[in-house]
Ligand binder design. Structure first.
Ligand SMILES: Cc1cc2nc3c(=O)[nH]c(=O)nc-3n(C[C@H](O)[C@H](O)[C@H](O)COP(=O)(O)OP(=O)(O)OC[C@H]3O[C@@H](n4cnc5c(N)ncnc54)[C@H](O)[C@@H]3O)c2cc1C
Length: 398
């Protein structure tokens, strides 16, 4: 670890790895600091990602792909099962990753590009000079070192503190934090090529429960419920245990993973003088699905591209860095977040009976390619009244 870099990246998740790799590829000196002793562990993720989304960043490698998904199943609150099979979904549905290896691979690629990495190294405070973020105090094995940088990229995940220390309001309302628990389970009867989503207020209030296969008779079985629905006797774990006892009574739990996912709108502004914020730290998780791996990689890469251009011009002011904020908001990803936030807000208010009707209405659809967007389009086609209801909701949220 040197005392000065062009770019200091806080966090060694997908956002930080892509930021470090891109900065190094642009010829900048870059350091990724990760507070945990190992990249990728412990995993706090169901590990699902769309194939095309992943291919945008990295070629698939069997070393970090646990399972190949060719179908998806949605179970309505009334138990009705809607299957989106491979004949409809093609082979494009997605992968379930092994993030312990995947995250490592991403950081490895960053180091191959020339970035430095330091594990067990926690950014404990920003270095601030004349209102600019100029680096961070890094704690490593009881010692604190100053690392200065022209630009800092905060990619410190959902529990992000760095941006708050720099004066940015990163608060997420309790109702918009999905309280999540996941078990890695073995010895369970599953379709090893299909993800399953269970919906309904008795199963997962204002959220969903998932079974994402990790191979033969093994899956991530998890749940996310709204923070405001969580309380004594009805926490995420209580719902999950009820489901597991009923559905997989003989299954064995080999890993227990608690976590939180923000399903709010992104931060109002994701830059400051000398600072860019990427991934979960910027609250760019898809509010409808809770998926954030792609968005983290996308914003991590973009943040480093903008940092490189601004460093070259010698202007890392908030005004100059704003092109990052503008670019991701105007991207397909940014627009999807805005649209899916609205749909999420609509869906969480629906009674189960209406959710049943919606799922029944699209039970015979035929999609060439299964994506969240295509499913939404089909739902709206089958329920044109929804456009008006969503329009009214959008107006009320403005
Ligand atoms: C239960 C659950 C299930 C999920 N399932 C999916 C899914 O199926 N698909 C999907 O796409 N997304 C899913 N997500 C979301 C996904 O995990 C995140 O969106 C993604 O990991 C975001 O990447 P990131 O790099 O922004 O943050 P992270 O992956 O969280 O990485 C941030 C890193 O920063 C480090 N860090 C934090 N503070 C500091 C500090 N001060 N100094 C140094 N290092 C620091 C952390 O230790 C961490 O390693 C899920 C999340 C949860 C909780």
């Amino acid at each position: 670890m040197k005392g000065k870099y062009d770019v200091l990246v806080i966090g060694g998740g997908p956002a930080g790895a892509l930021a470090g790799k891109t900065a190094a590829e642009k010829g900048l000196s870059a350091l990724i600091v990760e507070k945990r002793p190992a990249i990728g562990a412990p995993v706090r993720c169901a590990e699902g990602i769309g194939k095309e989304a992943l291919h945008e960043f990295i070629d698939p490698d069997p070393r970090w792909i646990s399972a190949d998904m060719t179908g998806a199943t949605i179970v309505a609150p009334d138990g009705f099962v809607m299957k989106l099979g491979s004949e409809m979904a093609g082979s494009k549905v997605g992968y379930v990753l092994d993030r312990k290896i995947f995250d490592r691979e991403l950081v490895w690629k960053a180091t191959e590009a020339g970035a430095d990495v330091a594990v067990k190294s926690r950014a404990a405070a920003p270095i601030l000079e004349n209102g600019y973020v100029r680096g961070a105090q890094i704690e490593y094995c009881g010692k604190t070192t100053e690392v200065k940088a022209d630009v800092v990229i905060a990619a410190d995940g959902v529990e992000s503190k760095f941006s708050r220390w720099c004066g940015i309001d990163t608060t997420v309302p309790v109702r918009e934090i999905m309280s999540s628990v996941q078990y890695v389970m073995t010895d369970i009867d599953i379709d090893e090529h299909s993800t399953v989503f269970y919906l309904g207020n008795d199963v997962a209030p204002e959220g969903y429960l998932w079974v994402f296969p990790k191979g033969k008779r093994c899956a991530n079985v998890g749940i996310g419920i709204s923070g405001k629905k969580s309380g004594s006797g009805h926490r995420a774990k209580d719902y999950l245990d009820r489901f597991v006892n009923k559905t997989f009574p003989d299954g064995k739990t080999i890993e227990y993973i608690p976590g939180g996912v923000s399903v709010c709108r992104p931060l109002d502004c994701t830059v400051a003088d000398g600072l860019l914020i990427a991934g979960d730290a910027a609250r760019v998780v898809d509010p409808l699905t809770g998926g954030g791996i792609y968005n983290a990689m996308y914003t991590g890469r973009l943040a480093a591209e903008v940092a490189a251009a601004c460093i070259e011009r010698g202007d890392v002011s908030k005004k100059a860095l704003m092109q990052y904020d503008k670019a991701w908001r105007e991207s397909k990803m940014g627009k999807a977040i805005e649209r899916n936030y609205l749909i999420k807000e609509y869906l969480i208010k629906l009674p189960d009976t209406k959710l049943n009707d919606i799922i029944h209405s699209v039970s015979t659809i035929n999609m060439k390619e299964f994506t969240t967007m295509n499913l939404i389009k089909e739902i709206i086609k089958a329920n044109p009244k929804l456009v008006l209801e969503l329009g009214a909701l959008a107006a009320s949220l403005r």
